[in-house]
Design a protein around this ligand. Structure first.
Ligand code: E4P
Length: 214
């Protein structure tokens, strides 16, 4: 039940890694907006230097040959620690399958249904990223979809991991974590609310008062 930080912000990643709660960093093209395309590989390298864990980097090309080339380039950013994210599609599954020959782990992302998760796992995905919040926003039940996907993979003895993504708030994170064996990735803005509670603040103030001058 690993936790990942979904960010390309170097300060947020540095701060997060010091906490010792993250197994790695996930990224996506949306987070890279504002960083010129020519600078993105360098940013990935900086993330890999700060984060000792797994680094999830997403392929943005859409032509199969270009997708493969980009995947192999990204895999070298942190060799042995990079997981290549491919948005769910038949081409993505084909590439996922063939990248096993290169021993490059793949995360099939933008997964909305247990059936998609099952297909990704059969194609040899290391990880499936289920968009829990977006499933719920689209009128479904993100947590139930996550639970079903996990049940299916385990019943089929597929060891593909599932990382819950698109987590909008701490309550959703808590419900995600009730699904046995699931990993989760959270945006940096959830870190502070995940770690704090008014009751904790009140207790700390009480401890400080009780120990004042001692
Ligand atoms: C992960 O990489 C996803 O892109 C991300 O969690 C999506 O979150 P959103 O639904 O808040 O955009």
């Amino acid at each position: 039940m690993a936790l990942f930080l979904d960010s390309v912000d170097l300060d947020a990643i540095r701060d997060g890694m010091e906490l010792g709660i993250y197994s790695g960093v996930t990224t996506n093209p949306g987070l890279l907006e504002g960083i010129p395309p020519a600078d993105r590989l360098e940013r990935y390298g900086e993330i890999a230097r700060i984060c000792p864990g797994s680094i999830y980097l997403q392929v943005t090309r859409q032509v199969p040959r270009e997708m493969e080339h980009q995947a192999l380039v990204l895999a070298e950013v942190a060799s042995g620690r990079t997981v290549i994210k491919l948005p769910m599609s038949p081409d993505a599954l084909r590439l996922c399958h063939s990248l096993q020959n290169h021993r490059v782990p793949v995360c099939i992302t933008a997964v909305f249904t247990p059936a998609q998760a099952y297909a990704a796992a059969l194609a040899g995905a290391h990880t499936v990223a289920m968009f829990v919040g977006r499933i719920t926003r689209a009128g479904g039940d993100g947590i139930e979809s996550l639970r079903q996907a996990m049940q299916i993979l385990r019943a089929a003895s597929l060891d593909t991991r599932i990382v819950a993504a698109s987590i909008p708030d701490v309550d959703t994170l808590s419900r995600v974590l009730t699904v046995p064996g699931v990993d989760a990735t959270i945006p940096a803005r959830l870190q502070e609310p995940m770690l704090s509670h008014p009751g904790t603040e009140e207790a700390i103030a009480g401890f400080a008062k009780a120990s004042a001058g001692r």
